[in-house]
Design a protein around this ligand. Structure first.
Ligand code: SAH
Length: 211
């Protein structure tokens, strides 16, 4: 089956699994996942499952990415920080929906590969940093100190303090929190008085490696 047809079926599956945000579904209809997987996995690109991307990391399961993006309540003008560029797939989905994306990856080789694919795809609204994303953006350009939305696509032991501090008022952070084996998808909203935290089911991500 052609990749376009497989992509359409994947979007149908996401709808059936309960994804309702039309902007999220439109982004999944647009971004070719086959560009972000290793050549030997292209035939599996539209299975609703994670796949290895090298260096013991994975491109996340499409349904999990869709759930996280839906929790972010993305708007076209949003400034988004992504921790864990990985393959660049989720980064492309974010760049389709939001205004600007800053993406941090600790493994240089993965970041450079993803940067290549995303540039080739023509995205002009993505900025990259190689380093520990748990510390936040920390780059002189673009000089952002706070974000509308922050998404962490690796499992953290606890809510990363530095990241919640980099949320704008009303901003949303989505992060898997727990052990190496499994985590709870956690949503943090910055409020006038601090932070409001809610939990949204179990998930399993590669660990967030940080000091
Ligand atoms: N969003 C990615 C998912 C990649 S898996 C995708 O769509 O493919 C999670 C990624 O987080 C891995 O590439 C891993 O190297 C990275 N990672 C782990 N700890 C990190 C940290 N402290 N800072 C930045 N990236 C980190």
């Amino acid at each position: 089956m052609r990749f376009e047809d497989q992509r359409r079926l994947l979007v149908q599956e996401l709808r059936q699994q309960g994804i309702r945000d039309e902007a999220v579904l439109a982004a999944f209809s647009k971004v070719p996942r086959e560009l972000y997987v290793l050549p030997q996995y292209k035939d599996y690109a539209y299975r609703n499952r994670p796949l290895p991307i090298g260096q013991e990391q994975t491109i996340s399961q499409p349904l999990m990415v869709a759930i996280m993006l839906e929790h972010l309540e993305l708007k076209p003008e949003d400034l988004v920080l992504e921790i864990g560029t990985g393959s660049g797939y989720e980064c492309a989905l974010l760049a389709e929906i939001a205004g600007e994306v800053c993406s941090v990856e600790r493994l240089e080789e993965l970041s450079l590969t993803a940067q290549g694919v995303l540039k080739e795809a023509g995205y002009k609204n993505i900025y990259f940093r190689i380093g520990d994303g748990a510390q936040g953006w920390l780059k002189a350009y673009p000089p952002h100190k706070e974000f509308d939305k922050i998404i962490v696509s690796a499992g953290a032991r606890q809510i990363p303090t530095r990241l919640q501090e980099q949320l704008k008022l009303g901003g949303i952070l989505v992060v898997p929190v727990g052990t190496c084996a499994y985590q709870i998808l956690t949503k943090v909203i910055r409020t006038e008085n601090g932070y409001s935290v809610s939990e949204h089911g179990a998930c399993a991500f590669v660990p967030l490696i940080s000091k």
